[in-house]
Design a protein around this ligand. Structure first.
Ligand code: SF4
Length: 391
């Protein structure tokens, strides 16, 4: 089983907090589609004969492309890869692009999951983030999506902005629950380097984030959604039964995926590669039938640490019978030693088969994962036996 990610690198306007690769200039939009279609053909052996179970249009803003353009891309993917007939096909869309016509067209081409970048139902938050949509569009598009039959629907919400009170945060979450949205991705606002927001905070033209407010809103969120029947199956992802994102879950399970488009990342089980984050260079290179990417072969320790990083964020935690291949009981005892300090602080608990973050531990997931990482010098031939479990 494998997945395909397609990056659409255009946005109407730049959200102040965003550090994804995108351009607000449409100068290269016409050159982008032929380049992408060419990349699909050039990469048609990347996944071997694996069945493609998930396709994800992300960005940027995929909903900026016309339905015909999305259809062409999907057609080419189906021609060049073994796309399963029941594949989960997700498109990210912004509320201001969503119309009943587009929804119906996406549905006709078997797109069966919609991810809407709502972020907040409040005008003040949306303005502060410099989102292109307004509060009424945020609500309207959900109604339209449901009318078009998109029952596999997810929205993004952001908390921890200076404009968001706890009462408004409760309103946003309750609004999502009352709209019967089956999947939510909820993120604390982070200040990424070189974003407009980071510059504004540095120049004191915008207020920074308050870590205590963010922690409190995260704990409130977990309680509210848990009480409403949502399962927190990954730190930032909550779903009603049967509505997990298969695509994102496959990243966390270490499955192979192909990324297409500028800045897209791929993973073949041994190496990660990523395309150039520049629309003009991407197009120029593909005009010469060259995919512009860099590649990094992962060492066993890097694979182990990636497994720690991603698995720790899931509800299953670090499952000791799911260690990356080549690792065995020495790693389990190493992990056990590293975990003691977090267990003493009630941030991690050990179950029969796993180390799992506690409710409090979820506040510090990245820091705890970093604390559990292994150094290259800790792993020697006695611990790692390539290609076999050494238990
Ligand atoms: S629409 Fe999405 S990708 Fe585009 S700037 Fe905003 S957050 Fe970033």
């Amino acid at each position: 089983m494998a997945g395909i990610y397609v990056h659409i690198p255009f946005c109407k306007q730049a959200c102040h907090y965003c550090n994804f690769h995108f351009s607000t200039s449409m100068k290269h939009k016409n050159g982008f589609l032929p380049a992408l279609l060419n990349e699909i053909v050039l990469q048609n052996n990347f996944l071997g004969n694996q069945s493609v179970e998930t396709i994800y249009f992300g960005g940027g803003t995929p909903s900026l492309l016309s339905a015909d353009e999305i259809s062409l891309i999907l057609e080419s993917l189906r021609t060049n890869f073994l796309v399963a007939p029941d594949a989960e096909i997700t498109i990210e869309a912004n509320p201001d692009d969503i119309t009943p016509e587009k929804l119906n067209a996406w549905s006709r081409m078997s797109i069966n999951r919609l991810s809407i970048g709502i972020q907040s139902f409040f005008e003040a938050d949306l303005k502060w983030m410099n989102r292109a949509h307004n509060a009424s569009q945020a609500e309207q598009c959900v109604q339209w999506a449901k009318e078009a039959g998109f029952d596999n629907l997810t929205i993004d919400l952001i908390f921890g902005t200076p404009t968001l009170t706890d009462a408004n945060w409760l309103f946003n979450v309750q609004k999502a629950i009352s709209l019967e949205i089956p999947h939510l991705s909820c993120y604390a606002l982070t200040i990424e380097p070189r974003t407009p927001l980071e510059k504004m905070i540095r120049k004191k033209t915008a207020e920074g984030v308050n870590a205590d407010d963010q922690a409190r809103q995260f704990l409130l969120l977990m309680d509210w959604l848990n009480n409403a029947g949502y399962e927190q199956y990954e730190i930032s992802n909550y779903s009603l039964p049967g509505k997990h994102s298969k695509h994102n879950s496959s990243y966390w399970q270490g499955k192979q995926y192909l990324g297409l488009g500028p800045s897209a990342h791929s993973f073949n089980g041994d190496a990660r590669q990523w395309n150039v984050s520049n629309n003009a260079l991407y197009i120029q290179s593909l005009q010469k039938n060259i995919i512009p990417f860099e590649i990094e072969l992962l060492t066993p320790v890097q694979r182990l640490n990636e497994w720690v990083m991603t698995s720790l964020r899931t509800k299953e935690g670090l499952q000791l019978n799911q260690l990356p291949s080549g690792f065995g009981k020495e790693i389990i005892s190493g992990l056990r030693k590293k975990c003691i300090i977090y267990q003493q602080q009630n941030l991690v608990q050990e179950t029969e088969h796993a180390f799992i973050l506690t409710r409090e531990g979820k506040l510090f997931a990245d820091g705890i994962a970093a604390g559990l990482f292994f150094e290259e010098s800790e792993i020697n031939e006695d611990v790692f036996v390539a290609g076999s479990l050494h238990t």
